[in-house]
Structure formats: structure tokens, C-alpha cells
Design a protein around this ligand. Structure first.
Ligand SMILES: Nc1ncnc2c1ncn2[C@@H]1O[C@H](COP(=O)(O)OP(=O)(O)OP(=O)(O)O)[C@@H](O)[C@H]1O
Ligand SMILES: [Mg+2]
Length: 293
């Protein structure tokens, strides 16, 4: 690599770090450059308008097919929002847009009132405090439950610092508390590969929680779980609500019933209906396209 390229690379890394720090309010002026003259505290998302996530008129096309069509959505801080809808409605694509995996063709996506997520890439968005759980568990099978949780914290800080990284007492306390929250306190030393499917899902949620996310996106979290694991996952999500904002996509209606407040029904890339589960289940359009008669 030429010195020129090295210099350009170093500059890009510095620009990236400055961009993330600025979005978290960690600016040289102590966060005083937050939008609209407000003072943002370091690492905090501005939720003064009662929203942690805000999408407006978002459109995404794949080869001319509109997967997301003028979608607008509003999530309150601490809310647990359920999203349901038929296969191909655009639920996973919505998560791809929020996490920077897919770029919309048009529309706005804001984290709090001031962070324009369309200006950030996937790792930057994760660092801003948006955690995502894919359907398939991705834990390190050869490592213990404890080591997986510890590693989640290390890798979040970057690869190099992780080699010299040790948990401080606050992090150790957090990890110990988390083990109870995710129902794995009795399995600390077990290899993740020996856990049941449901336990692996909880461990992965725990790995996300180690990073103190403000918003958690969970795509079909109870698919493949036993009935008992599904009930315990509902309990887990109800514990997380309030401390975190959650967006949960699921097809399992009894699970949705046990956790839901507001349910958003997506169809053909747009919001078809929104309300309590009873309200949307009574909606003729929802019955027609999704729930059946
Ligand atoms: N990268 C892509 N390229 C082309 N088409 C895509 C891409 N991602 C999604 N789609 C299409 O966009 C539509 C929405 O897909 P999406 O996966 O978001 O649906 P979903 O609501 O999550 O469905 P399911 O309930 O089956 O998971 C589908 O028709 C899908 O085939
Ligand atoms: Mg999907």
C-alpha cells in the first residue's frame, strides 16, 4: 500500500469516528452542536418529541418491484411494538432499512429527533445503539455462555482493544444480572453448542443487551421454539420493555397477544392497519389479506 493510500485510510477512519461521536453527542463542544439548538447529552438519543424511531414516506424497489411503499412509522421510547403481516409484506426489509443494510430510494429514517440514519452505515448504526436479532441464532458454539456474553462486549469495542480487554466491575455486574434476565444463570459454563434452540436465541439477545442498545429489532424471535420457551421469551420481552424500545416481527399470534400493546399490520410495503391486537384482528382488510376467515 502506498503512503498516500495509508493516509487516505487513516483519514477515513478518523472521519468515521468523528461522525459516530458527533451523533452520540460526544463532540468537542460537549454535544452542544445537536440539531435545533438543543443540548444533547453524550451517548443519548434526543427523544424530546416522544419518538425513538421515525420513518416517513419510505420507498424501496427491487428491480422495479416496490417492496416498501410510502411507509411511515413512529416508535415511542420504551415501547414494545409488534409488526405482523403476510409473507413478503416487507417486514424484514423494514429492519434492513433501519439498520442500514438496505438504502431506501426515498423517504426519511430518524433515530430520535436528530440522528438521520440514512447518513450512517451498518456498523455505525449498531454503535449508535440499534441492536438487531436475525431469525437464526448466531452464537459461538465452542464457547461457554459466559464467554459469548463477554465477547459481545469486546467485539463491540473493536477487534484490537478486545485483545487487552477485561470486564470492569460494572460490566461484570451487568453480565451477572443479564444471565438471570435471559434465563441462563444455571448454564454459565455450558458450551453454547449444547444449548437448546430457544436458549441459543436468549443468549444472542443477551449478547445484544451487553451493548446497552436503546432500540432492539427482533425478527421472528420465537420461530422454532417450544411452547414453554415461547412463554419465557414473552416474559423476557416484557422485562425489557421500558428499559429498551423493541420492535418485534412475528407470525405467532398467541405470542403477539401475550406481549402486544400497539400492533402494526404491514401489507405490500405499507401500513394496512394499526391498533390493539383486538382492533386489527377485527379489521376486515386484515382478515382478508392475513388472518383469514
Ligand atoms: N434483496 C432483495 N432483492 C430482491 N427482492 C427482495 C430483496 N429483499 C426482499 N425482497 C422482496 O421484497 C418483498 C418483501 O420481503 P421481506 O423479506 O421484507 O418480507 P417479510 O414481510 O419479511 O416476509 P416473511 O414474513 O416471509 O419473512 C418480497 O417480495 C421479497 O421477495
Ligand atoms: Mg421476514
Amino acid at each position: 500500500m502506498t503512503p498516500d493510500l495509508l493516509e487516505q485510510g487513516a483519514q477515513r477512519v478518523a472521519e468515521h469516528a468523528a461522525k459516530v461521536a458527533a451523533a452520540q453527542g460526544k463532540t468537542e463542544s460537549g454535544g452542544r452542536n445537536a440539531g435545533f439548538g438543543r443540548v444533547a447529552k453524550a451517548g443519548e438519543v434526543d427523544v424530546t418529541h416522544g419518538r425513538i424511531l421515525y420513518l416517513e414516506d419510505v420507498c424501496v424497489s427491487f428491480d422495479g418491484f416496490k417492496a416498501i411503499n410510502n411507509l411511515s412509522l413512529d416508535i415511542a421510547p420504551g415501547e414494545l411494538r409488534c409488526i405482523i403481516g403476510p409473507n413478503g409484506a416487507g417486514k424484514t426489509t423494514l429492519m434492513d432499512i433501519i439498520t442500514g443494510k438496505t438504502r431506501p430510494d426515498s423517504g426519511s429514517v430518524f433515530f430520535g429527533s436528530t440522528i438521520d440514519l440514512l447518513r450512517y452505515n451498518e456498523p455505525e448504526i449498531a454503535q449508535l445503539g440499534i441492536g438487531r436479532k436475525f431469525q437464526k441464532p448466531t452464537v459461538f458454539e465452542q464457547l461457554s455462555v459466559f464467554e459469548n456474553l463477554e465477547l459481545a462486549l469486546k467485539t463491540h469495542k473493536g477487534v484490537l482493544p478486545s485483545m487487552r480487554f477485561k470486564l470492569d466491575s460494572a460490566q461484570s455486574d451487568h453480565l451477572a444480572e443479564l444471565l438471570h434476565t435471559i434465563h441462563l444463570a444455571d448454564s454459565v459454563t455450558r458450551n453454547a453448542g449444547n444449548l437448546s434452540h430457544g436458549q441459543k436465541q436468549w443468549l444472542e439477545i443477551g449478547m445484544l443487551l451487553m451493548q446497552h442498545p436503546k432500540l432492539l429489532l427482533l425478527d421472528e424471535p420465537v420461530a422454532g421454539m417450544t411452547d414453554e420457551e415461547t412463554v419465557r421469551t414473552a416474559e423476557l420481552f416484557l422485562t425489557l420493555k421500558g428499559k429498551h424500545s423493541l420492535v418485534v416481527v412475528e407470525h405467532d399470534m398467541s405470542f403477539i397477544r401475550s406481549i402486544s400493546e400497539i400492533v402494526t399490520v404491514l401489507c405490500d410495503g405499507s401500513v394496512l392497519a394499526q391498533g390493539t391486537l383486538d382492533q386489527v384482528q377485527a379489521d376486515e382488510r386484515v382478515i382478508e389479506v392475513y388472518l383469514g376467515r
